[in-house]
Design a protein around this ligand. Structure first.
Ligand code: 3HC
Length: 327
């Protein structure tokens, strides 16, 4: 089977992840049907799609014609019946098992019998979702990473019930979209989150214990480990509620204290400070999404150097070149 075995793909839920997935599919030349619960949510989804492709146009990565073509491939609707002729439907609604089960019951009803149904869950068991449908052999996980249009990895999750052909077809589709598929079994955190969240949680723990500041931990991992973002910037991007859900799910399975969510994370989520999407998490963001008050903004740092001599001179020159005020 090749990626051509799917030509019309539905996406249910057009939040950050769902809209990103719809964009990836449409960029890959597929006809996409995007579904949301009501007109307001649908308009927000349209906004995500226009915003993300618009940014690519501004950066010279996409022509306006190509943007129009991509957006033209996405049909938006609030009616599940419009998914009736899709070969594959990807669900990307909020991470609540009751909600996902409701969506899958509806998909089971409206989709063709041979359609493959996929969930983009990052913390729930794919098997738990599969067993409530009438077609457990056709249920897979397809786990995209945020931001979906940029991140290359897609985890394809097979339960013990999934037929191998459905998994192979989805993995081929992912490859055809220019992404890197990794096929794995249904275990909490799959591969990437299982490893990544031990690290993110430890960063939160280090902040909590006063080991280092938020800015220094972020700077250390960015400048010292070559990561594109420090752990707090990344948690704010992922969403602290999602971080907590993922950690709780992994901890429930692993019982490993590395995955026992740090209290500061739970506290911020309880307070409604969920990261970028609410304007505040570990950092605060202005209306345009720019970080406010991070260490590398505002007045230059002042560095005092005690002592004289060639080493002090060299240090002073180095700090000066880096934009610091040297005393
Ligand atoms: N949507 C679409 N495109 C985006 C985007 C978005 N939200 N954010 C950034 N981009 C694109 C930009 O347009 C740009 O594209 P170009 O190179 O073609 O012009 C490119 O990404 C780089 O963006 P920027 O120059 O604005 O900024 P950065 O160089 O800082 O990159 C980043 C931004 C891609 C987000 C980068 O910082 C990064 O890779 N961060 C780590 C992200 C990560 O680890 N994600 C995984 C999280 S775990 C997860 O999602 C699993 C879940 O289950 C929790």
């Amino acid at each position: 089977m090749d990626e051509g075995s799917f030509s019309r793909v539905g996406v249910v839920g057009l939040g950050t992840m769902g809209a990103g997935i719809a964009e990836v599919l449409a960029r890959g030349g597929l006809a996409v049907v995007g579904i949301e619960v009501n007109q307001d949510a649908l308009e927000r989804g349209r906004g995500h799609l226009e915003g993300s492709t618009g940014r690519a146009v501004k950066r010279g990565r996409l022509t306006e014609d190509a943007q129009r073509e991509i957006l033209g491939r996405v049909a938006l609707s609030t009616d599940f019946a419009d998914l009736g002729d899709c070969d594959l439907v990807i669900e990307a609604v909020p991470e609540r098992l009751d909600l996902k089960r409701k969506v899958f019951a509806e998909l089971d009803r409206v989709c063709r019998d041979d359609a493959v149904l996929a969930t983009n869950t990052s913390s729930l068991s794919v098997t738990d979702i599969a067993v409530t449908t009438g077609r457990p052999t056709k249920i897979v996980g397809v786990h995209f990473f945020n931001p979906a249009p940029v991140m290359k990895l897609v985890e394809v999750i097979a339960t013990v019930l999934t037929e191998p052909d459905a998994v192979a077809r989805v993995a081929a589709l992912v490859k055809g979209l220019g992404k890197t598929p990794v096929t794995i079994g249904d275990r909490a955190g799959f591969v990437a989150n299982r490893l990544l969240f031990g690290y993110l949680n430890q960063a939160a723990g280090m902040l909590e214990s006063g080991h280092a500041t938020r800015d220094d931990i972020d700077a250390a991992m960015k400048a010292g480990a070559g990561l594109p973002m420090g752990p707090f910037t990344l948690m704010d991007l992922i969403g602290l509620d999602t971080c907590l859900e993922v950690l709780d799910a992994i901890y429930a399975e692993s019982r490993d204290r590395r995955h026992a969510a740090s209290p500061v994370l739970r506290e911020l989520v309880t307070a409604g400070l969920l990261g970028r999407k609410t304007g505040r998490g570990f950092y605060s963001y202005d209306a345009s999404g720019e970080t406010e008050g991070a260490a590398d903004e505002g007045a230059p740092p002042v560095v005092g150097i005690v002592g004289v001599g060639p080493l002090a001179d060299a240090l002073a020159a180095l700090c000066d070149r880096a934009g610091a005020q040297v005393r």
